[in-house]
Design a binder for this molecule. Structure first.
Ligand code: ADP
Ligand code: MG
Length: 291
């Protein structure tokens, strides 16, 4: 394609709300055959709300959510926002906040060393397991598509909080359009398998990779590339940055974090997934592959 055609292509992109880092990006876009999508904030709106609060026996639900909210206050994650929003009381002071991307948070809340995050992380990193009855609730909620955060302090699991997300309005249609362009969609998430499967089924994705750490997301992209695929990664989070940078084409949601946008070649300003297919079609058209 001529430089003029490329400039026209990038200009057309920005009219559509697709910011393209440079004309060379269109060339990368044209060859894509696989589109890997992050779940939370990419396929889903990332606007989460608490659906169940499950303290262990002897603990009050209000106390559980109040302490969890204080620990999560320093996090920008949609999960943290939902927990803070569900706590009606004024926030308790907390200190020593530490965030573990794709896993959870820790903080000191009024002398308690609080850890909140995914069940598998509490087990592997902190040797903390939920009591049997709570574990059964966690499994059931996850099977129903919820994301469940387990909360522990001072060496014992104190309860769990289930959180539900909503699928973006155009997500299923966007996947249909990607398939129509001959592209294979893959769902890649740090979330649990139950929630990932439930979301994937609703939007029409068969290939689901759940419980993946941020480093694991990068490995997944590399493995696909080693298998000969030309891979676009669509994401919004800090936890997606390495995968976005390693992909043949990184696509950030403009509604996401600066880290994701910086690591990407394309930004979909509105976060509308339909524009992912539009971007790929635009590149092919600009470069004369299709009319
Ligand atoms: P996704 O890949 O779907 O965008 P993340 O990688 O951000 O999800 O998070 C993966 C998992 O790590 C979440 O489902 C949650 O269990 C846990 N997690 C991440 N951030 C937090 C947080 N601030 N508080 C509690 N748990 C968290
Ligand atoms: Mg995300």
């Amino acid at each position: 394609a001529t430089p003029t055609a490329l400039l026209v292509g990038t200009g057309r992109g920005s009219q559509l709300g697709i910011l393209i880092r440079g004309p060379q990006v269109l060339e990368q876009t044209r060859r894509i055959d696989t589109v890997v999508l992050d779940k939370t904030g990419t396929v889903t709106s990332g606007t989460m709300s608490v659906t169940a609060i499950r303290p262990v026996a002897g603990l009050d639900a209000d106390d559980l959510i109040r302490i969890a909210a204080a620990a999560e206050d320093g996090s920008e994650h949609p999960i943290a926002r939902a927990i803070v929003a569900a706590s009606k009381d004024t926030l308790l002071p907390s200190e020593g906040f530490l965030s573990h991307a794709g896993a959870g948070v820790q903080a000191l809340v009024q002398g308690r060393a609080v850890v909140a995050g995914r069940e598998s992380w509490l087990k592997a990193q902190w040797a903390l397991a939920a009591p049997e009855e709570l574990a059964a609730h966690i499994a059931a909620d996850e099977g129903g598509g919820a994301t469940v955060i387990v909360i522990a302090w001072d060496g014992a699991v104190r309860g769990a909080i289930s959180i539900a997300d909503t699928i973006k309005p155009h997500a299923a249609e966007a996947i249909t359009r990607l398939r129509a362009l001959g592209l294979t969609p893959v769902l890649l998430t740090g979330d649990n398998r139950g929630a990932a499967r439930a979301i994937a089924a609703q939007v029409g994705i068969d290939d689901v990779r759940a419980g993946v750490t941020p480093a694991g997301k990068l490995d997944a992209i590399r493995a696909l590339q080693d298998a000969g695929r030309v891979v676009a990664m669509v994401g919004d989070g800090v936890n997606d940055s390495a995968a976005l940078a390693a992909a043949d084409l990184g696509i950030a949601m403009g509604t996401g974090t600066d880290a994701a946008i910086t690591a990407s070649d394309l930004t979909i300003v509105s976060g509308d997934l339909l524009l992912v297919a539009d971007a790929i079609r635009l590149a092919r058209r600009t470069l004369g592959t299709i009319k």
